[in-house]
Design a protein around this ligand. Structure first.
Ligand code: PGA
Length: 262
């Protein structure tokens, strides 16, 4: 059974004090929601402060990026050894990294290898641009990304894939549940070919792109979609709690005794 995940990608938002406040505003309720893996990905500078706040909770931490070397003369970079003191997850290959910071499939592949070697679970993001989608090239683009990003990586369930169509990120124009589920099914079929049927069935695949508490149900009610990577809506405590709570109810993996009730 695949335990659903809701991960909040805060991107370049919140100072350390704002980050702590956001966590304090939701941590008690979030902590008690069962049946969903809850992951917060604040900016690097807040990881330690938030890690201390969440020490005894069920809420996990993720980073938004990392460099693939363990240490060395790489000014300004953050290594897996630094992250693993605080984080269980690390987002890799986000379209904003690919687009604004020229990350290539080769770099992403090295980062995934390095994260896995250092006991961090990569959340690998893949997705097509608008013009690729309109030209009917979605599967071709996703196949290229998955094949190159996972090239020579040992088969593993210790990672998560997020299907994030670039045209849906931060635009308020989410994919439909059916569209997202169809592409996620395609990703699962690729994993079967690349690795194995068992891994393809166990590995969690999320949808990301303009997810809110008003549309999460549409995604999460699709059996192939195992959760969401949430950007903008993860910066509002009520919104994020609403998303996690609906996921717990719809996926229905645990009894609903202590669920958040907006
Ligand atoms: P969004 O971002 O929810 O603001 O669209 C999603 C993401 O980039 O992971």
């Amino acid at each position: 059974m695949r335990v659903p995940i809701i991960a909040g990608n805060w991107k370049m938002h919140t100072t350390m004090y704002e980050a702590e406040k956001l966590v304090r505003d939701m941590m008690d309720v979030l902590d008690k929601i069962e049946g969903v893996e809850k992951v917060l990905c604040p900016p690097f500078i807040s990881l330690a402060a938030i890690g201390n706040l969440l020490k005894d909770s069920s809420i996990k931490l993720g980073a938004q990026n990392m460099y693939f070397e363990a240490k060395g003369a790489y000014t300004g970079e953050i290594s897996p050894l630094m992250l693993r003191e605080w984080c269980q997850f690390v987002i890799l290959g986000h379209s904003e990294r690919r687009c604004y910071f020229a990350e290539t499939e080769q770099m992403i592949n090295k980062k995934i290898k390095s994260a896995l070697e250092n006991d961090l679970k990569p959340i690998l993001c893949v997705g097509e641009r608008l013009e690729e989608n309109e030209a009917g090239r979605t599967e071709e683009i996703i196949a290229k990304q998955i094949n190159q990003d996972l090239s020579s990586i040992k088969p593993t369930c210790n990672m998560v894939i997020a299907y994030e169509p670039v045209w849906a990120i931060g635009t308020g124009k989410a994919a439909s549940g059916e569209q997202a589920a169809a592409t996620i099914k395609f990703i699962r079929s690729m994993l079967t070919k690349l690795w194995s049927e068992d891994i393809a069935q166990d590995l969690r695949i999320l949808y990301g792109g303009s997810v809110t508490s008003s549309n999460i149900a549409e995604f999460i009610s699709q059996p192939d979609i195992d959760g969401a990577l949430v950007g903008g809506a993860s910066l509002k405590a009520e919104e994020f709690l609403g998303i996690v709570n609906q996921t717990a109810i719809i996926k229905g993996i645990s009894p609903s005794s202590e669920r958040y009730n907006p």
